[in-house]
Design a protein around this ligand. Structure first.
Ligand SMILES: *Cc1c(COP(=O)(O)O)cnc(C)c1O
Length: 374
């Protein structure tokens, strides 16, 4: 069994994907080929925002957003304590200070009460200026953007939506990547919309920020790439990756629906024996991960051992809270306590999840977990 079965997806859609790749090779427009602009338009339309700028990966996308806002030394950026390293890594990269915030124990997304406490702490106990809230759509479910936007307005801050795991998620009829002032995603192969290498994208309705992003991701270009008006990066999406993504967009909605069906089956089978994921009313997850929580670290170990014995892959996202990462040791480690993150890091585990998961496979995973916990 595969944790995320990219081989089955390719086998089913091989002809179309191969055709897209071959067209790029025939054209030899490997950088900035027509497919990149085509993809940007298609993505912006799907999400329902004015602009999309494709770039090299989801980490660069976050950094470029902070650069476009000129976030820098003296600025505080608030980041959930439970997320992939990138969400916080980009903050010191632009010279600002990350402040880690505890999560909601049901959704695993940033907790708004802890967020306000952390902002108040920074205002009253540091010389830093609260500038940006990074809200991550962890495991595919959008964060509580209605509340987050209220808090951002109250403190005159910007919202950066990290939808690396959340592309395809929804709140009501609105799509993920439309909730932040700027939103970013990743096309890393195992993400909900993955390409065949690294890739990323940035979304916004703002014209001026878009102009700056288009400059920043190509060496701070002005009129052209040899006229440089600011310090930027080399962060473009390859044409080959754009071609793969253009084909994958044709069946992406269907894939998200299939993941939701698989998740519903898992939850129905498992909810009485372990803590299953909570998707709030009106939200749609894109199921980057299906993550359960066990009673404690010992029970998790038992479950993971049993799964392994039964030939089923599993993974822990994430083992370590951000504020305990050595790389952030010099930061404002704990402006607020992050006990819920510490607790969940110790007993969560993610199960195989992808659109091509078969009922018999779901059943095998559930039986294996039952063997371990009952
Ligand atoms: C994967 C991921 C990123 C980074 O994306 P890359 O394309 O790997 O650079 C950022 N944030 C979150 C939450 C992620 O899961």
């Amino acid at each position: 069994m595969e944790f995320r079965d990219l081989k089955r997806q390719y086998q089913i859609h091989k002809e179309a994907i191969d055709r897209g790749i071959q067209e790029v090779i025939d054209s030899t427009h490997f950088i900035s080929g027509g497919q990149v602009a085509q993809l940007e338009e298609k993505l912006a339309q799907y999400v329902g925002v004015k602009h999309c700028v494709a770039c090299a990966n989801g980490t660069d996308a976050l950094q470029l957003a902070l650069m476009a806002w000129e976030v820098t030394a003296g600025d505080a950026v608030f980041v959930p304590d439970f997320t992939f390293f990138s969400s916080g890594e980009v903050v010191p990269l632009v010279g600002a200070v990350p402040v880690f915030v505890d999560i909601d124990a049901d959704t695993y997304n940033i907790d708004c009460e802890s967020l306000e406490k952390a902002i108040e702490y920074v205002i009253h106990h540091t010389d830093l200026r609260p500038r940006v809230i990074v809200a991550v759509n962890l495991f595919g479910q959008p964060a509580d953007f209605n509340k987050i936007r209220e808090i951002a307005a109250k403190y005159d801050m910007l919202v950066l939506e990290d939808a690396a795991q959340g592309f395809g998620g929804m709140i009501g009829k609105e799509k993920a990547c439309s909730f932040g002032d700027i939103a970013t995603t990743s096309f890393f192969p195992a993400k909900p919309l993955g390409c065949y290498g690294d890739g990323g994208a940035i979304f916004t309705d703002d014209d001026a920020w878009t102009e700056r992003l288009r400059s920043l991701h190509v060496h701070g270009k002005g009129g052209d790439k040899y006229d440089n008006v600011r310090i930027g990066m080399n962060s473009r999406l390859d044409t080959l990756q754009a071609a793969v993504l253009l084909e994958k967009m044709n069946f992406f909605e269907e894939e998200v629906e299939k993941c939701n069906q698989a998740a519903a089956k898992y939850t129905e089978r498992l909810q009485s024996i372990v803590k299953t994921p909570v998707v709030l009313d009106g939200m749609r997850s894109s199921w980057a991960q299906y993550t359960i929580c066990l009673k404690d670290a010992k029970e998790r170990e038992k479950v993971m051992e049993q799964l392994k014995k039964d030939g089923i892959p599993s993974a822990v996202y994430y083992k370590k809270p951000m504020h305990l990462q050595k790389a952030f040791a010099e930061g404002l480690a704990e402006a607020v306590s992050c006990v819920r993150t510490e607790d969940i890091c110790g007993r969560c585990v993610s199960l195989p999840m992808h659109p091509y998961l078969q009922d018999a496979e779901i059943e095998a995973v559930c039986e294996s977990i039952e063997r371990a916990v009952l």
